[in-house]
Design a protein around this ligand. Structure first.
Ligand code: PHE
Length: 341
C-alpha cells in the first residue's frame, strides 16, 4: 500500500514538472499550482489516503509528501522567475508580444525594369553580351564619334542637357557602341540597356528621361538581312509569333542605310486603332548598318568588317506590353498604378 501511494505521488510530481515546462503566462503557473497542491489538487487528494497507510510506513510516506510539496513549490518559483525574465527581455527590446503582427507589403519590379530585364534576357539567349556606359557622356562619344554633323539639331542646348564642363547627359545609348568598339577588336556582339535624357516637353509619349536598349553586331559580312532576322526574332519573343515587323527608310548619322522599325500593332493586331493612329503599325526602334565613318572613328577597317546597330525605346515596349496609354504613368509613382504589376 505504502509503495502504491508513493508511485502515485511520483506520477503526480512528474505531471507538474511537465506542465511547468511550457508556461507562457502567469495563469499557466497558477493552473499548475491548483492542479497539484491546490485544495482539490492531485497531491492534496492523495495525501488524504495517508490514513490507510500502515503505522510503520507513515513516517516514510509523510516525508515523501513533504519532499514532493517542497519540490513543487521550487518548480513553481523557478517557472515564475523564468517568466519574469522573458517579460523584462522583451520589454527591454521594446517588443510588446501581445500586439497583433504587422503586414509587410512585398514590392514588385517597376514595369520599365521588367521590360528592360526581359529585353536583356531575350538578346542574351541570342548570344549578345551586356555592356554598360555612364549617363554623363562626352560630346565626342554622344555625337562626334557617331558621325553627327557639327550643326545637327540634336546637339542644340535646347534639346540636350549640357554641364558647365562641356559634358552632357547622353541623349541615346549609342555612345556605348563607341566605348565598346574602342576597347575591343571585332567580332562585337553587345546589348546595352540604359537611361537617356532629352530636353523634351513631357506629354503622353515624351519624357525628359527615358530608357533605351542599344544593340551592336560587328563581324565579317554582316548584312541588313541579319539585322532584320534579329529584330523579327526579338519581336516574336517579346510579343508572340503573330507580330510582324516592317522596316522603313530613315536617317541616322551613324548608320547607312538607316531604318525605322515598326511592329504590327498588338492592340488591334494590325487592323488599325487609336494607338497606332489607324496605320496598324507602331514605331518601336531605330536601326541600320553601322556607317563606315563610325567604324573608322574607332580604328576598325570598314573594308574588312561591317555591322548593324539598333536602339529600342523601353517605354514604348512597356506601354504596348501592358497597354499603358500615357508614358507619364510610368514616372508618377502612383501606387494605384504600380501595384497592378
Ligand atoms: N540612337 C538612336 C535614337 O536614339 C536609335 C538608333 C540606335 C538608331 C542604333 C540606329 C542605330 O533615336
Amino acid at each position: 500500500m505504502s509503495l502504491e501511494i508513493i508511485e502515485k505521488l511520483n506520477e503526480a510530481l512528474n505531471n507538474v514538472e511537465v506542465s511547468l515546462q511550457n508556461v507562457s503566462n502567469a495563469q499557466d503557473i497558477e493552473d499548475a499550482r491548483i492542479a497539484s497542491i491546490g485544495r482539490k489538487g492531485a497531491i492534496t487528494l492523495l495525501s488524504r489516503e495517508m490514513k490507510s497507510v500502515p503505522a510503520e510506513n507513515k513516517r516514510e510516506v509523510g516525508m515523501a509528501f513533504n519532499a514532493a510539496k517542497n519540490k513543487i513549490e521550487d518548480l513553481l518559483k523557478v517557472a515564475q522567475e523564468k517568466l519574469e525574465d522573458a517579460q523584462s527581455d522583451s520589454e527591454a527590446a521594446g517588443v510588446d508580444l501581445t500586439l497583433p503582427g504587422r503586414k509587410w507589403h512585398a514590392g514588385t519590379k517597376h514595369p520599365v525594369t521588367r521590360v528592360m530585364d526581359e529585353c536583356v534576357a531575350i538578346f542574351r539567349r541570342m548570344g549578345f553580351i551586356v555592356a554598360d556606359g555612364p549617363e554623363i557622356e562626352t560630346v565626342y562619344n554622344n555625337f562626334d564619334a557617331l558621325n553627327s554633323p557639327k550643326d545637327h539639331p540634336a546637339r542644340d542646348p535646347r534639346d540636350t542637357f549640357y554641364f558647365d564642363d562641356g559634358r552632357l547627359l547622353r541623349t541615346q545609348t549609342s555612345p556605348i557602341q563607341i566605348r565598346v568598339m574602342e576597347k575591343q577588336d571585332p567580332p562585337v556582339r553587345i546589348v546595352a540597356p540604359g537611361r537617356t535624357f532629352r530636353r523634351d516637353t513631357p506629354d503622353a509619349t515624351h519624357s525628359m528621361n527615358f530608357h533605351q536598349i542599344e544593340g551592336l553586331y560587328i563581324n565579317k559580312d554582316v548584312s541588313l538581312a541579319d539585322l532584320k532576322s534579329i529584330l523579327l526574332a526579338f519581336a516574336h519573343d517579346m510579343f508572340g509569333d503573330t507580330i510582324g515587323i516592317r522596316l522603313r527608310p530613315h536617317f541616322f548619322p551613324f548608320t547607312e542605310p538607316s531604318v525605322e522599325v515598326d511592329f504590327s500593332c498588338i492592340m488591334c493586331e494590325g487592323k488599325g486603332c487609336r494607338i497606332c493612329k489607324n496605320s496598324g503599325w507602331i514605331e518601336i526602334a531605330g536601326a541600320g548598318m553601322v556607317d563606315p565613318n563610325v567604324l573608322e572613328s574607332v580604328g576598325y577597317n570598314p573594308e574588312e568588317v561591317s555591322g548593324f546597330a539598333f536602339g529600342f525605346g523601353i517605354e514604348r515596349i512597356a506601354m504596348l506590353k501592358y497597354r499603358i496609354g500615357d508614358i507619364r504613368y510610368l514616372y508618377e509613382n502612383d501606387k494605384r498604378f504600380l501595384t497592378q504589376f
